[in-house]
Design a binder for this molecule. Structure first.
Ligand code: ADP
Ligand code: MG
Length: 647
C-alpha cells in the first residue's frame, strides 16, 4: 500500500535581496493514512511553509511530493485545485472565514466548487455544524461568533467535501485554553473516525497530544519518528457523483452571482458612483438611437411631404441657364405627350410671371403662376380658406385665383373671409377661390407673394405665351422615379431633337438627407460610445480596487478548491452585473429623456424600439466583459499562499 503523503528532500526558497533564502532545507517525511502527526517548531522555523506544500497550496522549489503515489509536479493548476477541494481540509490559525457569509454559507463554499446541489449542500453544512455543537449558530456571521466557534465553523468547512487529510496550522493559536482544548478534542475525534490529521503548532503541550511528533528547526527536521502503519479504516473523499460540467458551471455561476450581488450591496455608494458612468453611457447610446431615429423620420417625412415622386422639367441646360434659344423649349404639346405616358399619374405645367396685384388702393408686386388643379396636392399644400379650382374652370380658362397667406395679408388685412372677392391680376379681374398655405418645411418658406391661376387662364388671358416655364410630373406609385426621370428626358429629347431641357427630382434630395442624417447619427453614436468607454474604465478601476481589497477572500476560496476559472468567473460576473444594472438605469434615464423630448417636440414620433433595448443590453454586457476582464484575470492569477497571507 502506498504512503498517503510522501515528501522527499523538499526545499523551498524565497527570493530575498540579490539571492534567495532557503526556508525548507531538504525535508523528507511520510505520513500514512489515519495518522495524527504534530509538527512542532519555533516561530519562523518553516512550519507554515511546509504545511502549504503539504496542502498543495504551494509548490516546492525542488524535491518530490507524492499524494497517494501521484507526483504533484505533474499536476496543473486545476488538478491541484481539485485535490485541495476533495482531499484536503484546511484549518487556519485565524479561521479565514468569509466575513459576509453566515456560518452555514461558509461551510458550503467547498461544495459549491465541487458542483454539489444546493439542497444537498445546505443539509450537509447544517449537519456538520450541528455535529460540532453549532446548531443554533448556523445563520450567524463570523463577527457574531466567538473565536472557538469560528474555529469550529472552519473545521466544518474542512470536512465539507470529506476532508480525508485535515491540515491544521496553529488551530489553537488564537484561542483561549478552554476553546483550544475543545478544538483539539474535535481533531482527536476526527482521527478516530479515520481522518488523517496533521497539526502544526509551536506549543509543546498541544503537540504532546499527537501520537507522532515531528520537530522542525530552521527548515530542517531534527526529530522524525517513523510513520505508524496505515490504519485500516480510511476516510475517502466524500463520494459524490462526479458533478456534470453543466451543473458545476451553473452552481458556480449562481454562487458567483450571489457573491457579486453581496459585494455590490455591501458598498452601495461606491457601486452607484461606479454605475454612474455606465448609466450615462447607456443613456446616451439609447437616447441617440431613439431620438436620432425620430429626427431622421421627421426630416424624411418633411421631404416626402414635398413629394418625392414628382419630377420637375425645366427648359435649358441647368438652373440659372437663361439662354434665349432654350427659353421657349417647353410647349403645350410636350405636356400632352407627357400626360399620355403610362407611368405618369399627372402632369401640371407652370407658367409664371411677375405681375402687379391690385385691390382697392393696394397695389403689390407678386409672382403669378399658372398651374394645374393638382398642383397644391403635389406640393402638400393645405387650404386655410376655399379650395383649388377644378378641371372645368381649367378648361374654360376661368378667371379665378388662389392666394398665398402673405398675399392675403397684404391685400385683405382686415377681412374675415376672402373667397369670392375680386382682385386685379395684371389687368385681368379674377375671383379669389382659395387661400393656400405653403407647407412649413424645415428649409423655411419664402416671403415673396405668390398667387396661382389655372395655367390655361395664365397662358391665354394674362400673358398670352405659348410656352411653359416648367412641367411638374407626378410619377405613378411604385414606379421608380430615377427610371421615370430618364424616360422623361429621353421623350423630350426625342421630341425636340436636341437636349434643351433638364429635370430635377426631389428623390435625390431625400437620398442626400438620408445620407446626412445617417452620418450625423453615426457621429453622435460615436460620442455616446466614448462616454460608455469612460464608464467602462470607471468599472475597471473600481474592480481592480475590489480585487485588491478581497485578495484574502480569493486566497480562502482557492484554498478550499476554487479553480482560477471560478475566480475569473466570479469577478467577471460582478463587472457584468454592475454594467447590466447600470444599463437598466440608463435605459430608464433615456426613457425619461425621450418622454421629456416628446413633450417639448409634439410633432416628433419618439418610439422606444426593441433595437434600442437590445443595444443597451449588448452594450452593457460587452462593457462589463471588456472592462471586467483585466481585474478578473488579476484575481484569477493570484497565488493562493500570497493571497492568504495578505491582510
Ligand atoms: P512558521 O510558520 O514556522 O512560523 P513560516 O513557514 O511562516 O514559519 O516562515 C518561515 C520563514 O520563511 C520565515 O523566516 C519567513 O520570514 C520566511 N517566509 C515565509 N513566507 C515567505 C515569503 N513569501 N517570502 C519570503 N520569505 C518568507
Ligand atoms: Mg506559521
Amino acid at each position: 500500500m502506498t504512503t498517503l503523503l510522501e515528501l522527499k528532500d523538499i526545499r523551498r526558497s524565497y527570493p530575498s535581496g540579490d539571492g534567495s533564502v532557503e526556508v525548507l532545507k531538504g525535508i523528507t517525511l511520510s505520513v500514512n493514512a489515519g495518522e495524527m502527526v504534530a509538527i512542532v517548531g519555533a516561530s519562523g522555523s518553516g512550519k507554515s511553509t511546509l504545511m502549504n506544500i503539504l496542502g498543495c497550496l504551494d509548490k516546492p522549489t525542488s524535491g518530490t511530493y507524492r499524494v497517494e503515489g501521484v507526483d504533484i509536479a505533474t499536476l496543473d493548476g486545476d488538478a491541484l485545485a481539485r485535490l485541495r477541494r476533495d482531499h484536503f481540509g484546511f484549518i487556519f490559525q485565524r479561521y479565514h472565514l468569509l466575513p459576509h457569509l453566515t456560518a452555514a454559507q461558509n461551510v458550503e463554499v467547498p461544495a459549491v466548487y465541487a458542483g454539489r446541489g444546493r439542497q444537498q449542500r445546505l443539509a450537509r453544512a447544517r449537519e456538520l455544524l450541528g455535529r460540532l455543537g453549532l446548531h443554533e449558530r448556523v445563520d450567524y456571521r463570523p463577527s457574531q461568533l466567538s473565536g472557538g466557534q469560528q474555529q469550529r465553523v472552519s473545521i466544518a468547512r474542512a470536512l465539507m467535501n470529506g476532508g480525508q487529510v485535515i491540515l491544521a496550522d496553529e488551530p489553537t493559536g488564537a484561542l483561549d485554553s478552554a476553546s483550544g482544548e475543545e478544538v483539539m478534542a474535535i481533531l482527536h475525534q476526527l482521527r478516530e473516525q479515520g481522518h488523517t490529521v496533521i497539526v502544526v503548532t509551536h506549543d509543546p503541550e498541544v503537540a504532546a497530544q499527537a501520537e507522532r511528533i515531528v520537530e522542525i528547526r530552521d527548515g530542517e527536521l531534527i526529530s522524525n519518528p517513523p510513520a505508524k502503519p496505515a490504519a485500516a479504516a480510511r476516510v475517502g473523499a466524500e463520494k459524490t457523483l462526479p458533478a456534470s460540467g453543466w451543473r458545476q458551471f451553473s452552481g458556480g455561476f449562481r454562487e458567483a452571482l450571489t457573491m457579486a450581488w453581496r459585494a455590490l450591496a455591501a458598498n452601495k455608494m461606491r457601486t452607484l458612483l461606479t454605475m454612474l458612468g455606465i448609466i450615462i453611457g447607456i443613456a446616451s447610446v439609447v437616447s441617440i438611437v431613439i431620438v436620432g431615429d425620430a429626427a431622421k423620420q421627421r426630416v424624411l417625412a418633411d421631404i416626402r411631404a414635398m413629394g418625392t415622386n414628382t419630377i420637375d422639367v425645366y427648359p435649358g441646360k441647368d438652373f440659372g441657364d437663361d439662354d434665349p434659344q432654350y427659353q421657349q423649349a417647353l410647349k403645350y404639346d410636350d405636356l400632352l405627350a407627357i400626360q399620355k405616358q403610362p407611368w405618369v399619374s399627372s402632369a401640371t405645367p407652370a407658367v409664371s410671371k411677375n405681375l402687379r396685384l391690385r385691390m382697392n388702393n393696394t397695389d403689390v408686386a407678386a409672382s403669378a403662376n399658372g398651374v394645374g388643379p393638382q398642383y397644391f396636392n403635389v406640393y402638400g399644400m393645405t387650404f386655410s380658406e376655399g379650395s383649388t379650382f377644378n378641371d372645368v374652370q381649367l378648361r374654360g380658362r376661368a378667371q379665378v385665383v388662389v392666394l398665398d397667406g402673405n398675399t392675403r395679408r397684404q391685400l385683405f388685412p382686415h377681412k374675415a373671409s376672402v373667397v369670392g372677392e375680386i382682385i386685379l391680376v395684371g389687368n385681368m379681374p379674377a375671383t379669389v377661390v382659395g387661400v393656400a398655405d405653403e407647407k412649413q418645411s424645415m428649409f423655411g418658406s419664402s416671403k415673396i407673394l405668390r398667387v396661382w391661376l389655372p395655367y390655361t387662364t395664365m397662358a391665354g388671358r394674362v400673358i398670352g405665351q405659348s410656352w411653359l416655364n416648367s412641367i411638374t410630373v407626378r410619377v405613378k406609385e411604385g414606379y421608380d422615379s430615377t427610371l421615370a426621370e430618364q424616360q422623361l428626358a429621353r421623350l423630350l429629347n426625342l421630341r425636340h431633337g436636341k437636349k434643351d431641357i433638364f429635370t430635377w427630382n426631389m428623390d435625390s434630395i431625400l437620398k442626400t438627407a438620408e445620407r446626412t442624417t445617417h452620418t450625423l447619427q453615426l457621429f453622435l453614436t460615436l460620442v455616446a460610445v466614448i462616454s460608455l468607454v469612460v464608464g467602462g474604465i470607471g468599472v475597471m478601476n473600481i474592480m481592480l480596487v475590489s480585487v485588491t481589497e478581497r485578495t484574502r477572500e480569493i486566497g480562502i476560496r482557492m484554498a478550499v478548491g476554487a479553480r482560477a476559472a471560478d475566480v475569473l468567473q466570479q469577478f467577471l460576473i460582478e463587472a457584468v452585473l454592475v454594467c447590466l444594472v447600470g444599463g437598466a438605469l440608463g435605459v430608464g434615464l433615456s426613457l425619461m429623456i425621450a418622454f421629456t423630448l416628446q413633450l417639448l417636440l409634439p410633432g416628433w414620433e419618439i418610439g422606444f424600439s426593441p433595437l434600442a433595448l437590445l443595444m443597451a443590453f449588448v452594450c452593457s454586457t460587452l462593457t462589463g466583459v471588456l472592462f471586467g476582464w483585466l481585474p478578473a484575470r488579476n484575481a484569477a492569477r493570484l497565488d493562493p499562499v500570497d493571497a492568504l497571507a495578505r491582510e
